[in-house]
Design a protein around this ligand. Structure first.
Ligand SMILES: Cc1cc2nc3c(=O)[nH]c(=O)nc-3n(C[C@H](O)[C@H](O)[C@H](O)COP(=O)(O)OP(=O)(O)OC[C@H]3O[C@@H](n4cnc5c(N)ncnc54)[C@H](O)[C@@H]3O)c2cc1C
Length: 393
C-alpha cells in the first residue's frame, strides 16, 4: 500500500484508519485461513461470523442510525469491504450487500414504514437482501425483464423466472425487478421485496460457477407468488431510481475487484523476494520489476477512481459516470493483475494453495456481475456526451 505524505487530502482520517485496521485484522486472523476451504466447499459465511460483523458495526454502516445503521459515508464501508474481500469474497459478502446492495434502494426510496420494517434486520445480520434483476433472456438488456406483477386486491402476484441472482436460496429476502405495467422497456419496471419462504417461490439447482464459490447462485421461479402491496418498493416508472441506487452497488463491485487485485499483488510482492532462480531473487530480473510495477500502477489507479466516486457520493449515490468508470477500469484491471500474479508465481500460481488462481476466478465474476465493462463503456460515452444510445434502434 502506498502511503501519502501528511497532511494530504488522500490520507484516511484517524477513524477510517481504525476501521481499516479492525477489518484488516478480522480478515487476516479469522478469514484468510478459511478462504481456501470456503472456496473448495462453496460455503457461504457462517452465521456466527455474520453476527460478529453485525456486532462490530460493519453491516449497514452506511444506513441511517435510526434503523440500526452506522450513518457513515459510503467510502468508509468500501475501506472495510476491501480489507475483508482481500481475504475472501465470502468474508466480504455481507458487508458488500448491506452497505452497497439492494437495501440502499429501500433506504433511498422506500416509505418510512418500509424502512422501519426492512432495514433493521439487515443491520443486525438477521436478513440479507439479494438482488434479482437478470433473467434467461434479459441480461445486459435488463429492461427486457419479463417477470410480471399483477395486482390482486391488496396483493401483488408475481410470475416468471430470474437467473444468476447472487445469494439465491440463501439470502432471506430478494429485491426483484418486476414488470408492473404493460409498458415496454424500462417504463414498466418496478421492484418488489420478496421473502425467501413465500409460497410459490422456488430455487433451481445451485450453479457451479468458475469463481464466486460460497456465493450461492440459482434460478428463481415465481409461480403465483403473492406479496403484500406494502412490499412494492419502486412502482412502475421508477427504473431510473433503481439504477441510481445501483451505482452504489457498482462501487461495491469495483471495490471487490480492487480487493482481488491488491491481494494478488501482495502475494506476488512477497513471492518475488522469496523465490530464487539462476542464483538470485527473481525480483532482481528487470522484467519482473516491470511486471510488478505495472500491477502497482493499475491497482493504485483503480483505488483512486473508486475513491473519487465514493467521496462524491458522500452518504448517497455516486455520479453514474464516475461509478461506471471505476467499475469498468477496476473489473478489467483485476483480471489483468491477478493473471499477472499467476505468471509471477509460476507453477505455484496455478495451484489453489497459493490463492491467486482463486482471485483470478473471482475477478472474472466481478466483471460480469453488475453489468459488463462493455455496458459500462456505453454508459460512460453516453454520460460524457449527454446523449442516449438506444441499443434497440
Ligand atoms: C458471478 C455473477 C454474479 C451475478 N450476480 C447477479 C445478481 O446478484 N443479480 C442479478 O440479477 N444478476 C446477476 N448476475 C448476472 C449479470 O448481471 C449478467 O450476467 C450480466 O449483466 C450480463 O448478462 P448476460 O450474462 O445475459 O450476458 P449478455 O447480456 O447476453 O451479454 C453477452 C455479451 O454480449 C455483450 N453485449 C450485450 N449487449 C451489448 C451491447 N448492446 N453492445 C455491445 N455488447 C453487448 C456483453 O457485454 C457480453 O459480453 C451475475 C452474473 C455473474 C457471472
Amino acid at each position: 500500500m502506498i502511503s501519502a505524505p501528511s497532511p494530504s487530502p488522500f490520507a484516511l482520517t484517524d477513524e477510517q484508519g481504525e476501521l481499516r485496521e479492525l477489518a484488516r485484522r478480522l480478515a487476516t486472523d479469522r478469514y484468510a485461513p478459511l478462504a481456501q476451504e470456503w472456496d473448495r466447499e462453496r460455503t457461504p459465511l457462517p452465521a456466527e461470523e455474520v453476527s460478529r460483523q453485525a456486532e462490530l458495526g460493519l453491516l449497514g454502516m452506511t444506513l441511517p442510525e435510526r434503523y440500526g445503521g452506522g450513518a457513515r459515508p459510503l467510502y468508509d464501508s468500501l475501506i472495510v469491504l476491501e480489507q475483508l474481500a482481500k481475504a475472501s469474497i465470502v468474508a466480504g459478502w455481507p458487508v458488500f450487500e448491506t452497505n452497497t446492495g439492494p437495501v440502499r434502494v429501500i433506504e433511498m426510496f422506500g416509505t418510512p414504514e418500509q424502512k422501519e420494517r426492512f432495514i433493521p434486520p439487515v443491520c443486525s445480520g438477521e436478513s440479507l437482501i439479494a438482488v434479482a434483476i437478470s433473467e434467461p433472456d434479459a441480461g445486459s438488456a435488463a429492461t427486457d425483464a419479463t417477470v410480471r406483477g399483477r395486482r390482486d386486491a391488496n396483493q401483488m402476484v408475481l410470475n416468471g423466472v430470474k437467473r444468476w441472482c447472487s445469494g439465491a436460496g440463501h439470502a432471506e429476502q430478494y429485491l426483484v425487478y418486476v414488470r408492473l405495467a404493460a409498458d415496454h422497456g424500462a417504463a414498466g419496471i418496478g421492484a418488489v421485496l420478496v421473502d425467501r419462504d413465500t409460497p410459490g417461490l422456488s430455487f433451481g439447482l445451485q450453479e457451479q460457477l468458475m469463481g464466486f464459490r460460497g456465493v450461492p447462485s440459482a434460478d428463481m421461479t415465481f409461480e403465483d407468488v403473492r406479496v403484500p402491496l406494502d412490499n412494492v418498493i419502486i412502482e412502475a416508472g421508477g427504473f431510473k431510481r433503481l439504477f441510481t441506487a445501483f451505482s452504489i452497488e457498482r462501487l461495491g463491485n469495483a471495490t471487490n475487484s480492487l480487493a482481488c487485485a491488491q491481494a494478488a499483488l501482495d502475494k506476488a510482492a512477497l513471492y518475488v523476494e522469496q523465490r530464487r532462480q539462476f542464483g538470485k531473487e527473481i525480483i532482481e530480473f528487470q522484467t519482473i520489476q516491470a511486471a510488478l510495477a505495472d500491477m502497482i500502477v493499475q491497482v493504485e489507479a483503480a483505488r483512486l477512481l473508486i475513491r473519487r466516486a465514493a467521496e462524491n457520493a458522500g452518504s448517497g449515490a455516486p455520479p453514474p459516470i464516475e461509478a461506471s468508470i471505476a467499475k469498468c477500469f477496476s473489473n478489467e484491471m483485476a483480471k489483468r493483475v491477478t493473471d499477472q500474479a499467476i505468471q509471477i508465481l509460476g507453477g505455484y500460481g496455478y495451484s489453489a494453495e497459493y490463492d491467486v488462481e482463486r482471485m483470478h476466478r473471482d475477478a472474472h465474476g466481478w466483471a460480469l456481475a453488475g453489468g459488463t465493462p462493455t455496458m459500462q463503456r456505453i454508459r460512460i460515452a453516453s454520460e460524457y456526451l449527454g446523449r442516449r444510445f438506444d441499443q434497440r434502434a
